[in-house]
Design a protein around this ligand. Structure first.
Ligand SMILES: C[S@@+](CC[C@H](N)C(=O)[O-])C[C@H]1O[C@@H](n2cnc3c(N)ncnc32)[C@H](O)[C@@H]1O
Length: 196
């Protein structure tokens, strides 16, 4: 019941045809947009990583490959997207899946070295963003890092100041930040945050 409430409030399943088209376009841009970003994170390879909102699993596959001695947990609220990311979990033994709203999932506190947030926060209604991120960031160990990249346009994005405020409120300090452009030319912000 609690799970149904959280989901109903924040999320609508994508149309399966649109999802297939989106998954295809994400795979097309994987090499030029996802891979360089994930390589730039400098993962050691033995971390426990929590991916919040894994969608079609394009980043998940690259993260799984970057963690030969580590582990990746993919969280997504969508049944449709879980079907895609399951193909990644079937292929890599270091990946597990958790389906649901992060508020309803039983994930131990401070149990991950890295939280990866890629193009998800802007999709969550503004009034729920702080609460969802408070929960996601509570899963990060002290000294752990959060990597975030989000679009920032007022029409479809989240302001960098908002991201920074959320990180501060949750006891994370910024250790790196940059602006960029999505493959469609929309402005983006990326930041690296360390939990104090
Ligand atoms: C735009 S997609 C991005 C997917 C992926 N991170 C990427 O960059 O390719 C946003 C994803 O967030 C998921 N999502 C939205 N609200 C969520 C929530 N409350 N909890 C978990 N996942 C959520 C959606 O189902 C979708 O898969």
């Amino acid at each position: 019941m609690a799970a149904q409430r959280s989901q109903a409030a924040t999320f609508k399943e994508p149309n399966r045809f649109l999802a297939a088209f989106q998954a295809f376009t994400y795979r097309v841009i994987a090499r030029s947009y996802y891979r360089p970003y994930i390589e730039s994170l400098g993962l050691r390879g033995d971390e426990r990583v929590l991916e919040y909102g894994s969608g079609p699993g394009v980043a998940s596959q690259l993260l799984a490959q970057a963690l030969p001695d580590g582990h990746l947990t993919c969280v997504d609220i969508s049944r449709v997207w879980m079907g895609y990311v399951k193909k990644v979990a079937d292929k890599y033994s270091n990946v597990d899946l958790m389906h649901g709203d992060v508020a309803d999932l039983d994930i131990p506190l401070e149990s991950y070295d890295v939280v990866f947030v890629h193009y998800i926060l802007h999709d969550i209604p503004a009034r729920f963003q702080r609460e969802k991120m408070r929960i996601v960031l509570s899963k990060l160990k002290k000294g752990g890092r959060c990597y975030i990249r989000e679009p920032t346009s007022p029409a479809h994005g989240i302001a960098p100041e908002e991201i920074r405020a959320i990180m501060r409120e949750n006891g994370l300090r910024e250790t790196g930040a940059a602006t960029g452009k999505s493959p469609q030319g929309a402005p983006t912000f990326q930041g690296v945050y360390e939990k104090l």
